[in-house]
Design a protein around this ligand. Sequence first.
Ligand code: IPE
Ligand code: IPE
Ligand code: MG
Length: 246
Amino acid sequence: MPDPRPTPVPASIDPGSVPHHVAVVMDGNGRWAQRRGLARTEGHGAGEEALLDTTYGALSIGVRVLTVYAFSTENWRRPIDEVRYLMNFNQGLLQRRQHELHDEGVRITFSGRRDWRVPKRVLRNMDEAAALTKANKVMTLNIAFNYGGRAEIVDAVQRLVAEGVAAGKVDEKAIRQRLYHPEIPDPDLVIRTSGEYRISNFLLWEMAYSELVFTEVLWPDFRREHLFEAVEEYQQRERRFGALDK
Ligand code: IPE
Ligand code: IPE
Ligand code: MG
């Protein structure tokens, strides 16, 4: 099981420019399992260790927000047994891990739709984990669950309309304030595992200027060392935000 003890910041990482917010598309669980002749769900199970180790790695180097894509609004299209497994697995993971994460000073938050498809007991556990950890300040672990980037924008627009905001008052700030977590700054670095080169409806609004790192590593094999490699790559990039080189 992952070792929660902090790892020293590797010499290859500049401690002065660690990304504030890292977001991860945890992909490749099914392929990891299939390559071993196991059921796809075994791959999801094996992702727990990857998530914990990555979280401890992020804590070690001073990342302040780690957002992880756990279940998308499109993942309901999977076979019912896999969906059911994922609901139970995510609930179990919270129950198993919330206390150790709390001990490390991690605030657990969620991004996504709380719609009728998510079992009530899962929502209850999410609320419990969020309430337990809400005052923690070391790092935020934001779990994107029943999350879709388009759904998030639709939800923000619905709130604008419901609040009667005049068309002329709708600007980027007005939309941003109605996203699921307006207090969380945009991700600096987005990592996708498993050699897929797409966004799959993750953080569409927030990712406008994120640096993207893709790795062939399948999520269940991902460890803090892979996070550190991605951060090194991020530190080589030059972020311009549309302006010219400094
Ligand atoms: C990512 O792994 C986990 C979820 C989407 C819930 P996948 O289940 O997508 O694994 P692959 O991409 O089929 O290998
Ligand atoms: C993205 O992975 C969603 C999560 C990791 C939760 P998918 O496996 O669902 O994405 P696609 O279908 O390959 O685009
Ligand atoms: Mg996938």
